[in-house]
Design a protein around this ligand. Sequence first.
Ligand code: FES
Ligand SMILES: [Fe+2]
Length: 423
Amino acid sequence: MARWPKPAEGSWTQHYPDLGTGPISFRDSTSPEFYAAEREAIFKRAWLNVARVEELPRVGSYLTKDIAAVGTSIIVVKGKDQTIRAFHNICRHRGNKLVWNDFPNEETKGVCRQFTCKYHGWRYDLDGALTFVQQESEFFDLDRDAYGLRPVHCDVWNGFVFVNFDDEPRQTLREFLGPMVTALDGYPFDKLTERYDWVADNNSNWKIFADAFQEYYHVPSLHPQQVPPAVRDPNAGFECAHFQIDGPHRLVSTAGTRRWLLAPEYMYPIERATRSGLVGPWRTPDLGELPAGLNPGGIEPWGISNFQIFPNLEILIYGGWYLLYRYWPTSHNTHRFEAYTAFHPARSVRERIEHEVAAVVLKEFALQDAGMLGGTQAALETGIVDEFPLNDQEILVRHLHRVVGDWVAEYQAERTPVGASRG
Ligand code: FES
Ligand SMILES: [Fe+2]
């Protein structure tokens, strides 16, 4: 019995006929060769979110970001003109990593007036210009203008800082994000600045973990504490109210289940005591009118909308607060998972506790998902089985692997010389 209407074609998947309905392969998540292709085809060509503008509040605020999939470290910095720029984190003199603190392989952040190389003291302005060369007269016709920091394309959408490693990105950031994602314009991300961050190194391909957060089919079996008795009934399942695909991006919305309506035995005691938990604080301040793009399916009562922004960003909005995940591949079968929850700044001790409890309980549930990963990856790597059926609730899993395959195939086709023999 469908509780939410499906598209006229009979299913969400058939509404997007290019996706097909057959079993899929996960070889794209076990193959070192495929990962090598993904790095070139996807991570060096798509727009990648690396920060929020609140992390760079002042002129000279900077952070470094090491992106293994691209094989580089970058500096992201706010310039004197308030523009946020990105540069490869490499000194133009003899290639030292320019910005780091105690350990060259760890990321760092801070505020400075200029960047000074630790090795021979060359200095660079906030806009990347080379401004000082030690003993300049010892060099041979050194043109300082030719030795600025190597820039990386950088742009900001709704306070999210993105970079792009392509020589010449084929789309602007806004074009890349497309109408479904930019319909979130006006959502008050800038008001939700109280953040709880965490990072985990996981033993799975990056897509395998993304998959765990883009379907809710697993909820009744993997997170049984989370769902009310009616849903725990194995015959009831869990059905999302709306799916949508736009280019390489996708979203899913659920209908609202308000935690405080659930039976108390399905909460941790601290959730009852603090009136906060897995779905966040039970009350959040009124953020004013929210953009229609937050709930494009018009679901009533609306629960959450989960935007999966290609390739490795997820923004999950609960109305008055949101959480963000990024999946950074570090090899074909490992990735670094970055996550944070973001709330309005607490106005009282009670609100602060509500936020902390929400962050901790959420992390507990994310660990249940993460706990599956090593097992999934190891079993997939046996290669014994390579055809996996996906149901209609898993349409977004199907779409991610399809888009990844398409980007890799397109990249490889562009590099096949015209007229090359295929015989
Ligand atoms: S390597 Fe940076 S100043 Fe020499
Ligand atoms: Fe989960």
